[in-house]
Design a binder for this molecule. Sequence first.
Ligand code: AMP
Length: 536
Amino acid sequence: MERRPLERVRGTQDHQTRQATSLDAMRTKCETAFGLHGFRRVDVPVLEPAELHLRKSGLEIISKLYSFHDLGGRRICLRPELTASMVRAAIAQPSPRLPDKMFATGPVFRYERPSRGRFRQFMQTGVEVLGAEGVLADAEIIALAATTLDTIGITRYTVTIGNVGILGELLTHLGLTGRRRALLLESLEDARRHGIEAVRTRFASLDPDLIQPGESTRIRDSAVTAELSSTSEDALARLVAQTSAGDLGRRTLADVTTRLAARMHADTARAAVDRALAFIGELGAVRGDPDTALDAARALLEAHGLDPKPLDQLSETITLLDAFGVKRERVQIDLGLSRGLQYYTGMVFEVDHEALGAEKQLCGGGRYDDLYRVLGGRQSVTAIGFAFGLERLVLAKEAETIDGTGDNVPDAVFVVPSTPGDAVIAARAATALRHIGVTAALDTSGRAARGAVAFAAREGFAYLAMVSRDDPPETLRLRPLTPDGVPADDTISVPDGPIPITSTLEWLRANPAPSSESTGLHRSTNRSETPAEARS
Ligand code: AMP
């Protein structure tokens, strides 16, 4: 039988203790912030009916769905995100209490092309508000994302706000419905990434006739409606009868008239789609600081005869953000922002971190007022939410700490009694260290100090604390370690003699140990990944 070692699935990660601990700590910080805002915790399954995501998630998510038939023949998927599950769970509740504010955390799965910060299995923590009316809800949810980052100590982020409702409004105005509408809504994101010309080409190849069998085209644009009503099917039939002089080949008059009407509908639909694509191009150019972008947006909507209400709401949201403590200079507007998920209906937002390169998005969310009904809810329920990617939060925090702007979590200390007779004071010292928040592992092996140094260094402890009855009571001697056990060089400060246990935390914070190429198991979680970790 083959005994070759098995590799983990591409795009997944084994989290060794340090990474697992960092992720847990990040989860706790986020969940604590959500709890402080009155959100309740829910847990939802990893396995869901695939239909939950096929109904409204959009191509971006569906094309990356892990789905399969289970042994009972049901089509199941591994959840690609948490929102749809949370809404499904809320619908299943006997009597919804609105507003319902909840959060969930757990692994999600997407068949992505893996890279640094982009995985096929990753952790999300997300909040949802069901029964979320108006701009106050919009602003509170954006502010919750931003202030959670503040609490974590992540500072170099930007909040970008858009509104997919504006494009939705134009499509309604033009009478564009069904698949064509869905494609156009998705094109906003494509235009942002690949340019409007690429979108035109893609759109033409996906929808060549711009007319689907059985799909009605209710054109509401006034010019187009006038054109159609002046050419009713009756009038067309008369025209066909007159011009064909009875020579219709094998077709009946009704056939020919219907085909001709369909062609005219197609032409008007094509005109409507062209107009929508032009609008998408213009909308994508509206971005920048809130004041400038809002002025440009007002001019654009006016030119297209659209209601400026979404812009008034955006402007109010930005004012409210200030009241929630989000700094104005962090906020940008980008009306080309649409996010990959098709269920958004209005305000959408993302939070990016400047140090994370291509996968810089820490958080994404927005308003999804249709989803509750689409997933089978009996009433319409307005809703809004967002999700953080926990791995990316850890990367962002590490990037800031490396650059010296974050706070330091003290490294773990290996506490060693100098002689077997020092066991009692070593136990007291370890306990006192833990009380002040220092991770302290006590050496209970009874080995000689020299052996303890080698062991502690190999295990990745950054400091050794030697405790002896010969020193003053309640003190210890701190000694930095390197992975190979050699005391570190002159660049590392070492207290000259014994220091009071009560000042150890302060001392460790002020003198973080150098980063380690070893497992770093007991070293601060604030350091960057090793090259090997970054590759995996
Ligand atoms: P979304 O559900 O697409 O709105 O994503 C919410 C957040 O999850 C993003 O802002 C990222 O922080 C994170 N995220 C999305 N996709 C990935 C991925 N493939 N790997 C790691 N994190 C991801």
